[in-house]
Design a binder for this molecule. Structure first.
Ligand SMILES: Nc1ncnc2c1ncn2[C@@H]1O[C@H](COP(=O)(O)OP(=O)(O)O)[C@@H](O)[C@H]1O
Ligand SMILES: [Mg+2]
Length: 426
């Protein structure tokens, strides 16, 4: 079996790692991949956003399955293009991917479906948006409608900041086309949790829950990043919580999509805020999260290919998402300075020593091969991941592995999973 995996981050290395263990032992190709995926298959030098390039490769090489990792190619219609040529692809079509690609679209679906979410107004006109934020109560959240690499959401403590945020998006157009429309949202307070589900067009089956750490520094301080680490399960996860999330969030959302004649197939990721009034949807993503995937896939009991095929054919079963009882923790090591300016091309040492520890996986993100040496090639460099009995023990294992890895100016948070550990004790 031949699989093409589109993407080249930590998520894709984790996907490649899980796919490589499948009993069908697939032949893996990764576009463009990283130094980690290069150990499990063949990297193909096609950027994930180069849809024409990916389709041309598929025509030539005829993969049995294409797994699309990142949001950009999904929102640009890569799954539609592959389907049109008779190829099987895991991931939603363009219309369904709009749940992530347009926050205005997602909000309209949430509202029509009666799913709990922040109150919000949509604007296409800067003057009207400014008038609204001047009259509204702070804090407010200003969100660019389109994909903005995690930079399009501005939390505004007061009216002045909200005015600036509107100007940033709509007048200075700092997010390009993505900011032509904006949402101005009520600010929600609480703890965040990521709930991902496999979806087969009709129904959703929840994967293990996870909690991400967005800020660069310990104690949730510093700038927002792509994610500094994750752990699973999230502390609020109980059977009752899972049932509530399925009944009040996933099922009504899928029903509303069907009403609009949109079929969702792939992973649907709900970013939730646990407010005093219950969980509310902050956003949807149309794909596996990064770094959530790095802690979800090691907990998945069964093979991934049958689960993905079941999503495509509409035969998904709860067993496809069955998970192991162990906890999983991923500590992201970044280049110093990230998410600001950072160095590239520094040699990474200790990868084998770290991976040799029991139940430890070192997932590559921004890495590449320079001759025989693995070097840094991005802001988020590695996701050092461990599986273990308790969250506390597992975090200890992950940090032992981190301690074996060195590169110039490496940075990581020392408190990944600390909130969950504290909650379990308390
Ligand atoms: N209504 C809100 N209230 C409070 N915080 C929010 C709200 N919306 C978003 N956030 C914060 O901003 C982050 C990014 O927003 P999100 O909607 O997930 O957009 P994206 O991931 O596309 O940047 C969230 O993880 C959350 O921390
Ligand atoms: Mg988000």
């Amino acid at each position: 079996m031949k699989i093409l995996l589109v993407g080249g981050g930590g998520r894709e290395h984790a996907l490649a790692w899980k796919l490589a263990q499948d009993r069908r032992r697939p032949e893996l190709f990764c576009a463009p991949g990283n130094a980690g995926t290069a150990e499990l298959g063949v990297n193909v030098p096609i950027p994930a956003e180069d849809i024409d390039g990916v389709v041309a490769w598929a025509r030539r090489e005829k993969p049995d399955l294409t797994v699309i990792g990142p949001e950009a190619p999904l929102c640009a219609g890569l799954a539609d293009r592959l389907h049109a040529e008779g190829f099987r692809a895991f991931g939603p079509c363009r219309a369904a991917a709009q749940l992530e690609g347009s926050k205005v679209f997602a909000k309209s679906v949430l509202q029509a479906a009666g799913v709990p979410t922040a109150q919000s107004e949509t604007f296409t006109n800067a003057e009207k948006a400014l008038a609204y934020v001047r009259a509204a109560k702070s804090p407010l959240v200003v969100k660019a409608d389109g994909l903005a690499s995690g930079k399009g959401v501005l939390i505004c403590a007061n009216t002045r900041e909200a005015e600036d945020a509107v100007a940033t998006a709509m007048i200075h157009q700092s997010f390009g086309k993505a900011g032509r429309q904006i949402l101005v949202e009520e600010f929600l307070e609480g703890e965040e949790v990521s709930i991902l589900a496999l979806v087969d067009g009709r129904q959703a089956v929840l994967l293990p829950s996870a909690q991400d750490h967005k800020r660069a520094l310990d104690g949730d301080l510093g700038l927002n990043t792509g994610g500094m680490g994750a752990y699973s399960p999230a502390p609020m996860e109980t059977a009752a919580f899972r049932k509530m999330v399925l009944d009040t969030i996933f099922n009504p959302t899928l029903k509303e999509l069907r009403r609009r004649d949109i079929t969702y197939q792939g992973v649907l990721y709900a970013g939730l805020m646990m407010t005093a009034a219950g969980p509310k949807v902050l956003e949807f993503n149309c794909r596996f999260g990064d770094p959530e995937t790095q802690v979800i896939l090691p907990r998945l009991k069964g093979d991934l290919i049958p689960a993905m095929e079941a999503c495509i054919t509409g035969n998904l079963l709860p067993e496809h998402a069955a998970c192991r009882p162990e906890a999983c923790v991923c500590v992201v090591m970044t280049a110093g300075g990230y998410p600001g300016a950072y160095r590239k091309g520094d040699a990474i040492a200790g990868l084998k020593e770290a991976a040799a520890l029991s139940e430890t996986m070192v997932f590559h993100a921004g890495t590449k091969l320079a001759g025989k040496q693995i070097v840094t090639a991005g802001g988020r460099v590695l996701g050092v991941t461990a599986l273990g009995r308790t969250l506390c023990e597992t975090a200890g294992k992950a940090y032992q592995a981190v301690a074996r890895i060195t590169f110039q100016d490496a940075h990581y948070r020392r408190d990944i999973a600390a909130k969950g550990i504290k909650r379990n004790r308390g």
